[in-house]
Every structure is written in structure tokens, then in C-alpha cells.
Design a protein around this ligand. Structure first.
Ligand SMILES: Cc1cc2nc3c(=O)[nH]c(=O)nc-3n(C[C@H](O)[C@H](O)[C@H](O)COP(=O)(O)OP(=O)(O)OC[C@H]3O[C@@H](n4cnc5c(N)ncnc54)[C@H](O)[C@@H]3O)c2cc1C
Length: 639
């Protein structure tokens, strides 16, 4: 973490100095904003936290709830989401508090006594080396708390306006949102906000989506789940392991141990609902759920001492056609003004634990794009890529979720009754392992576009796939010999990263390929660093150039490296010593771990940590052409 750049400041470095426009957020809504976010679930909070990093952008987030979420809802946090939390600066808090899903067990009917269950398998939950972060479980409300804390500490001191329900939107060159107070005391005083952009993060029954006339398409027959967070005593041996239990005739249960060592979540699959049937009409009670759990876990005991939260939760796999307000077939010149994200545009069953994770990833994809456009760094045409990229991901996930959910729900094969339909438990376990990258959130692969290059030079770094998230690896920071993960230098601050993986030449030699690249980036008019960085701003404020050397950190003097890698920044012109890294032989050489050519290469990483392009180390003009496709020269910037 870097701080004191603009002068020494005592106190918590996570609390930024407020900007002048930072106002107490309680009270009336602002009349006009750049971005209005409707909904403060995980999607809205991810977006608001991202936008809070840009104090010059005015953002307002509203929710019909009267205060922050306290209990319940989703709890699974995929490895990829943890990587995103690291970029927002709170992964360590989550790691400390959460339950870590290291292993998963599978239970099936006991062949000797089909009314009982027996363990059929035990696997490592996440493939070795898939991410530096584990798959963890933590109450959604705590995730909200961490986002809210970052927002509150940001220069804009952003906080949600609770107790406001969006009624409708009028969409023109800007968007006018009409809101009504939910608190009875304020009844009859509707408010309006004019916004340049509106983002509907307002959940599965989204008013924003409805105002765009976008239906959710998908399964009409909903699957209902009973979910309980309980403090219980049980002799089931895997009560502290994630366990998938298929009983002979009593249904299925998913056991998710929770944070704190005692709490456990039980997902009990209920019957499929008929078309248009609502689960609330079935009058399912907590004793019903406990009784079902006991039957499934037989012969094991389950004595529930306290139910912290419970719900019957119905969900179909649904998706809408577009994630913005641009009509199908409209010309490229028709720019989006309204977006929908998260459950507002796609819903998933809880079985694969995707809902909250994919929703937050939508917001991470959209946030930097909105910031780039509102800061005048990119043309608004960039915003088209949000719906294109994220809808394709949601579509793929829904297909995966549908297959996964069907496997989960199918009864286990009965050897005594071979004619009966069912899934072999071993087959289900294999499927679970094969799909691990999907559930970890690391399988997302964006197609080539202006912000995602063609894979012409992919062979220069086979383990950093263009269009996929930057797969971090260990390094040692040159200046202070600190072992760290390279990916953790990629913060959620809207900046592009240009990672120059050097060849074996002396990096201090100005004639080396690294030296010539740095010279181009620092001095030539066609350099994207020069073209897109506003006058007076720090040289790394738009495109952050970093280097990874092949040499040992003990054999290179930082001060002999190209000046671009030791930039002078901030009010005092202080030197930034944190741009250069070397392999960490104790934890694996990053060049070997990620298949990086010893001839070196340039890896361009988007602000949402996706690999945008890989190019040869000396392809200066190609680097410039890549950025020229979507960035606006600094002289044209207008915020
Ligand atoms: C009751 C419930 C139980 C769930 N249980 C599970 C679970 O057990 N496991 C699991 O994996 N997933 C569960 N989910 C799903 C998971 O929580 C979602 O996938 C995830 O929260 C999606 O986040 P989101 O921000 O897109 O939507 P949400 O979390 O639904 O947030 C939407 C927000 O928008 C607000 N809002 C809605 N309409 C308006 C309006 N007109 N004006 C202002 N504000 C509005 C809502 O108050 C809410 O805060 C559950 C969801 C719900 C609603």
C-alpha cells in the first residue's frame, strides 16, 4: 500500500482526504449526478465502490431498504471474486473472517442400507494453482459492510441513500429518475434525479429493467430451495466441510459450513414449482426444513439450537436480451444511457454459488468503463462493450448452471433398480471437478474487441490468456525485496497496466529492448502514455507501466533502470520505487509459472484485471495502435 505521496499525513491511510464536494449523504437527494445506481446489493455496492475512487465523478446510490443488509442471502465467494476484493483492498479482512472451502465431500445412499447415507468421495475444492486465493464463505451482509467502508473512506465519502424506491425512468439525452420515499413519514414527497447514466442493480424484480421493457427469459418452472443458517449439534462427520448429500429417497442437501466455526448453512432442495406457482403459497416452515434435513442426513443426528436466518428461495435460470437500453439492431451511434447488472438481468440457482459472484463481476466490468467515459478518457462507444461482454458470460453461466442444477437434483442411481433414472454419484463428483474453473469464476473469456486483442502473440505468455483475468503469480519487488503477488499491484483504480516482461539483457542498458520500450513510452509523441496522460498528472495516472525482470533482485540496482520505471510523482515529485519486480525462486519463477517467453513480452491489462493484449517487447507501434482504438487524447479530455 502506498501513501504519503502528497505529504505526510498521520492516521489511517485507508481513509482518504475528502474532496470539497464530499457532502454528508443523509437528507435530500442531489438534483443531478453523473451516475445514479439503483440498488445497494452486492452489484450496486461494487459499482459504487469503483466509482467512489473517482472524486470528480458524482455518484448517487439509492435503495428502497431502510438500511444496510444485516442477514442472509448469498454467502459463497469464488476465488476470482477474492481477487477483485484484493483490488478493492479488503481481501485480507474477508480471508480472516470467512470459512475456507478447502475440501468438498460427497455422500450417497449406503448400498447396504439405502435409507442411510455414506461418504462416496472427498476432493480438493479448488484446483491447485488456480488462484492465490481460496474459495470462501461469508455472509453477504459482511461483504456489503466491507464495500460500504471503502466507499465511506473514499474522497467522495459516498454512502447509500436508503428508503428511496425508484418508481420510473424517463430516458432522453440524460435520464430522469422518479423516486418515492419508503419511510411512511415522508409519504407524498417524491423526488427526481437527473443522471447522465443510470445503472439498475435492483435485483431480480428490477424496476429499471421493466422500464426498459426487457423481460427475463428462461425456465418457467422454478426450483425452490429451503435455506437455513443454523447453530446445531450433529454427529454428521463432515458438518465442517462443504458436503453434497444425495439421499436415497428423501432428497438432497448442500451443507455449507459458515464463518465463525459453529454456524452452518443447509440448502434443502424442495419440490419443483408448477408454472406460476409461488413458494410462499406452500407455507413451508422452519420445522418442515429441519425435519427434511434430518431425513436426508439419516442415520446422523441434527439438533438445531438456533436458526439465525432462513428463507425459502425460488429461482429459475433467467436472462434478458440486453444489459442496456440500446434497442436491438440500433446503429452503433445509439449510445447506452441505462444499464442493468446482477440479478436484474440474470438469475442463477444457488447450487453453483454463482449469483452474487457474477453480479459483482458485472459491476466491475462496467465501473471502469463509466469512469473512463465520464473522465473523457474514452469515447462513450466503449460502453457498448458492457452488454456484449457480460451477456455472453451470463448466457454461458446459465447453461452451465442448468446442467449443474439438473445433475444436482437428479436422484442417485439405484443399483437395485437399474431401470430408474438417476445420476451415478461418481459421475456427479467428476463433473463437479471438471467444472471447477467455472465455479471459481476464472473461466470467463471475453471475445476479441477493441479492448481485447486478437491472440496473434499469445504464445509469448501462454499462461496469461488474452480475454481472461490476469492470473497472478509470485514475484519479489526489486526496491525493497518484498515477496508479493504481481496481481496485487493491479488495484481497482481505473488505470490500465502495461506489464513489460523483460528479456535477459541488462535492464540498465538503454539499448536493451526494455530500455528502448521505456524510451518510446516516455518520450515519443505516439506513445500512449504521453498521448493519454493529462498535462500535470502523474505519468502513471492513466497507463501504469511496470516491469518484471528475469534477473535476481539482488543483482540489479533500481536507480540504474529507465526513468519511466522510477517516476517522480505527486506534489513533492517523490520517486515511486514500486514498479519493478523480479522472480521469486522460492515460490516459483513467474516466467515459468505463466509460460512467459524468455525473449520477453508486453502484457496489457485492463482496469478490471483482464488481459487485453500480449505483444512483443519491441512492438512499440502496435502498443500505441492498441490504445488508439478506444482512448481519447488527453488534449480532448473533458470531464
Ligand atoms: C431473499 C433472497 C435470498 C437469497 N438467498 C440466496 C442464497 O441463499 N444463496 C445464493 O447464492 N443467493 C441467494 N440470493 C441471491 C443473491 O443474494 C443475489 O444473486 C445477489 O444478491 C445479487 O445481487 P444484486 O445486487 O444484483 O441484487 P440484490 O442483492 O437483490 O439487490 C438488489 C437491491 O435493490 C434494491 N431495490 C430493488 N428494487 C428497488 C427499487 N425499485 N428502488 C430502490 N431499490 C430497489 C433492493 O432493496 C436490494 O437491496 C438470494 C436473494 C434474495 C433476494
Amino acid at each position: 500500500m502506498q501513501f504519503h505521496l502528497n505529504g505526510f499525513r498521520p492516521g489511517d491511510p485507508a481513509v482518504a482526504d475528502p474532496v470539497d464536494s464530499a457532502a454528508p449523504r443523509a437528507g435530500a437527494l442531489p438534483a443531478e449526478v453523473d451516475v445514479l445506481i439503483v440498488g445497494s446489493g452486492p452489484t450496486g455496492l461494487t459499482l459504487a465502490t469503483q466509482l467512489a475512487a473517482f472524486p470528480q465523478i458524482s455518484t448517487c446510490i439509492v435503495d428502497q431498504k431502510t438500511g444496510p443488509l444485516r442477514l442472509g442471502q448469498a454467502d459463497g465467494i469464488a476465488c476470482r471474486t477474492m481477487e477483485m476484493f484484493e483490488a478493492f483492498g479488503f481481501s485480507e479482512k474477508v480471508l480472516k473472517e470467512a470459512y475456507w472451502v478447502n475440501e468438498t465431500t460427497f455422500w450417497k445412499p449406503d448400498p447396504a442400507q439405502r435409507g442411510h447415507i455414506t461418504r462416496s468421495g472427498r476432493i480438493q475444492d479448488t484446483e491447485e494453482g488456480l488462484s492465490e486465493f481460496p474459495h470462501v464463505i461469508l455472509n453477504q451482509a459482511r461483504i456489503h459492510d466491507f464495500f460500504l467502508e471503502v466507499m465511506r473512506n473514499s474522497p467522495a465519502r459516498l454512502e447509500p441513500h436508503y428508503g428511496r424506491r425508484l418508481v420510473d425512468l424517463q430516458i432522453g439525452n440524460s435520464v430522469v429518475a422518479r423516486l418515492e420515499p419508503v419511510d411512511a413519514g415522508q409519504a407524498g414527497q417524491p423526488e427526481t434525479i437527473r443522471a447522465r447514466y443510470v445503472v439498475g442493480c435492483d435485483g431480480a424484480r428490477s424496476t429499471v429493467r421493466k422500464s426498459l421493457g426487457q423481460p427475463l427469459h428462461g425456465d418457467s418452472a422454478n426450483q425452490a430451495w429451503g435455506v437455513m443458517d443454523v447453530l446445531a449439534v450433529s454427529d454428521f462427520p463432515d458438518i465442517r466441510l462443504k458436503s453434497v448429500v444425495h439421499s436415497g429417497n428423501e432428497g438432497n442437501i448442500l451443507i455449507i459450513p459458515r464463518e465463525g466455526g459453529y454456524l452452518v448453512r443447509l440448502y434443502i432442495e424442495l419440490d419443483q414449482l408448477k408454472r406460476d406457482e409461488r413458494i410462499t403459497n406452500r407455507s413451508i416452515t422452519v420445522p418442515d426444513l429441519i425435519a427434511a434435513a434430518r431425513r436426508i442426513l439419516s442415520p446422523h443426528t441434527l439438533e438445531v439450537k438456533e436458526v439465525a436466518w432462513w428463507s425459502v428461495y425460488e429461482i429459475g435460470q433467467r436472462l434478458c436480451d440486453r444489459f442496456d437500453d440500446v434497442p436491438a439492431g440500433a446503429p452503433e451511434s445509439r449510445l447506452p444511457r441505462v444499464f442493468i447488472a446482477g440479478d436484474a438481468c440474470h438469475t442463477h440457482s444457488p447450487k453453483a454459488g454463482q449469483g452474487m459472484n457474477v453480479s459483482m463481476a458485472d459491476a466491475f466490468n462496467l465501473g471502469w468503463k463509466l469512469a473512463a467515459v465520464l473522465q473523457g478518457r474514452s469515447s462513450p462507444a466503449l460502453l457498448h462493450s458492457y452488454s456484449g461482454e457480460r451477456r455472453a458470460v451470463a448466457q454461458e453461466l446459465i447453461e452451465f448452471d442448468r446442467a449443474f442444477a439438473a445433475m444436482f437434483s437428479a436422484p442417485p442411481k439405484d443399483p437395485d433398480n437399474p431401470g430408474r433414472e438417476g445420476v451415478d454419484p461418481a459421475e456427479f463428483q467428476n463433473y463437479f471437478v471438471r467444472q471447477g474453473r467455472f465455479t471459481a469464476g476464472t473461466a470467463v473469456h471475453y471475445r476479441p474487441s477493441a479492448i481485447c486483442g486478437e491472440p496473434e502473440h499469445q504464445l509469448l505468455a501462454t499462461g496469461l490468456v488474452i480475454g481472461m483475468r490476469f492470473h497472478s503469480a509470485p514475484v519479489i519487488r526489486l526496491s525493497d525485496a518484498r515477496p508479493m503477488h504481481l496481481g496485487h499491484a493491479l488495484k481497482a483504480d481505473g488505470r490500465w497496466r502495461l506489464l513489460a516482461f523483460a528479456d535477459a539483457e541488462d535492464p540498465a542498458n538503454p539499448a536493451s529492448r526494455l530500455g528502448r520500450l521505456c524510451d518510446f513510452l516516455a518520450t515519443r509523441d505516439s506513445s500512449p502514455v504521453r498521448r493519454y496522460t493529462p498535462a500535470g498528472a502523474d505519468i502513471d495516472s492513466v497507463i501504469d507501466v511496470r516491469a518484471v525482470l528475469q534477473h535476481s533482485h539482488r543483482n540489479v540496482l533500481p536507480t540504474q533502470l529507465p526513468a519511466l520505471l522510477l517516476p517522480l510523482k505527486g506534489r513533492h515529485g517523490l520517486r515511486d520505487y514500486e514498479k519493478v519486480y523480479c522472480p521469486d525462486p522460492a515460490r516459483g519463477d513467474i516466467f515459468d509459472l505463466r509460460g512467459i517467453s524468455r525473449r520477453g513480452c508486453v502484457v496489457i491489462v485492463r482496469p478490471d484485471q483482464f488481459v487485453a493484449q500480449i505483444l512483443p517487447l519491441d512492438s512499440c507501434e502496435a502498443i500505441a495502435r492498441f490504445f488508439d482504438q478506444f482512448m481519447l487524447p488527453a488534449t480532448q479530455n473533458a470531464s
